[in-house]
Ligand binder design. Structure first.
Ligand SMILES: Nc1ncnc2c1ncn2[C@@H]1O[C@H](COP(=O)(O)OP(=O)(O)OP(=O)(O)O)[C@@H](O)[C@H]1O
Ligand SMILES: CC(C)(CO)[C@@H](O)C(=O)NCCC(=O)O
Length: 395
């Protein structure tokens, strides 16, 4: 790719951002190196095809300066659109979504000379999921009883479905087609609640630490089970086994213990279970409202964690009596950013995303290994999404 290509000096069409309440997600296109056989640029009919891959990175929103540095050093400089003093010559436009596209617009303009071309958050989420389901094989999977099973997506029988995006808060969107959707519900008890309460209750400093703790915990220490109330037996008449949770954190009522008397790992486990269970149940109720059988769960709260996925799946399975299916997505946390990225294709004189090489995928860490990203002065958390091989049409 010619870095001095004028398109790239007015629009960074290979970068999209989703700036949420907790995390900033970046999707960017990294062209294959010139020395790479399949990294060639094909020019014909006034259209050049650049092969490469979509890469993913995330930053905590509270550490937005790291994100600005990453874009400055790894994306703007790489694209040849930046002065050495760190500011851009021309006004650069970048697709951005999420609340931060509004909140931080002035900051990006001032620090990087980037102007946000804003995309609606719900619209971006839906575009992102539809893109993944239609173009990336082995994207969606079910998780039940410790078994992960990839779901074959029938393009002619994809809609309607329920999208449950678990970010800081939770949005539930009924999707009826490309660009046809309605946000039918939501709950403020989401990933932010898990992390916020978790920090207060366990003194954990980070999400990863809280997850790690929860691995080692036992929720039965704090949760009040049906068996605790029923003297060890099931309440089979209404379908509740003795091990079902009757009341999350309910044992704390009568244990006579202070917070310090509980193991933080047990608290973390109960919290994770409570939030996941509740979201699974609300999702099911909304699916029931509209007769939806398929529920896709996204958002960074899930993080591919088995316990979370299992809890959500069991909740959906239990309440729907096996009628509805919970499904998860490999690029769960990047739905909005991907949707914003694909929206470049709606414009003339911009890019069209043409996925190819569907079966070839590399770990995103690879992105920092190749020639184009040899000098990465700022570390991003790039290990959460797998890169997607694709080509971009520059029309
Ligand atoms: N490394 C991490 N740091 C902080 N939170 C994380 C991390 N990894 C996963 N999470 C979880 O993911 C949630 C954020 O998910 P996501 O990025 O999808 O939402 P968001 O866009 O920030 O929020 P919203 O859409 O509500 O504005 C956090 O609240 C937390 O529960
Ligand atoms: C406010 C948003 C959409 C921001 O991403 C999200 O955090 C959310 O859906 N919160 C839940 C709000 C509610 O429906 O109660």
């Amino acid at each position: 790719m010619d870095p001095k290509n004028s398109r790239f000096s007015t629009q960074i069409s290979h970068l999209a951002l989703d700036i949420g309440g907790t995390l900033i997600k970046l999707v960017y296109f990294s062209p294959n190196g010139d020395n790479c056989e399949d990294g060639s640029i094909v020019v014909g009919n006034g259209c050049s095809v650049v092969q490469g891959r979509l890469c993913f990175a995330k930053f905590e929103t509270r550490k937005i300066d790291d994100c600005l540095d990453f874009i400055r050093f790894n994306i703007l400089q790489h694209s040849g659109v930046q002065h050495t003093n760190g500011t851009a010559r021309d006004k650069l436009s970048v697709k951005a979504t999420g609340g931060g596209a509004f909140k931080f617009a002035d900051l990006f303009k001032e620090k990087l000379g980037i102007v946000f071309d804003k995309e609606d958050e719900m619209h971006s989420l839906v575009c992102g999921v539809n893109f993944l389901l239609k173009t990336v094989p082995r994207e969606a999977f079910t998780y039940l009883d410790g078994q992960k099973e990839f779901v074959q997506i029938d393009h002619n029988d994809l809609y309607p479905y329920l999208l449950v995006n678990i970010g800081s808060g939770v949005s539930m969107i009924k999707v009826d087609g490309d660009g046809k959707y309605e946000r039918i519900s939501g709950t403020s008890l989401g990933g932010g609640t898990f992390l916020g309460l978790g920090k207060l209750l366990t003194k954990c400093k980070s999400f990863d630490e809280l997850l790690e703790l929860s691995h080692q915990g036992n929720n039965r220490v704090i949760d009040m089970l049906v068996g605790d109330i029923y003297g060890g037996t099931d309440y089979s008449k209404i379908g509740l086994s003795s091990t079902a949770i009757a009341s999350s954190f309910g044992k704390a009522i009568s244990d006579g213990k202070e917070l310090e008397d509980y193991q933080p790992e047990d608290v973390a486990r109960s919290l994770l279970r409570m939030i996941s269970n509740n979201i699974g149940q609300i999702a099911y109720l909304n699916a029931l409202r509209f007769g939806l059988k398929r529920i896709f769960f996204g958002g960074f709260f899930i993080r591919g964690l088995e316990y979370t996925m299992d809890t959500i799946s069991v909740a959906v399975h239990f309440w729907s009596r096996g009628e509805a299916k919970a499904m998860f997505l490999r690029h769960e946390g990047f739905l909005g950013a991907l949707g914003a990225f694909t929206s470049y294709k709606d414009q003339s004189h911009s890019t069209e995303l043409k996925p190819h090489h569907h079966t070839v995928e590399r770990a995103v860490l690879k992105c920092s290994d190749d020639d184009s990203f040899r000098h990465i002065p700022v570390t991003a958390n790039v290990n959460d999404g797998e890169a997607i091989e694709c080509s971009i049409n520059l029309v």
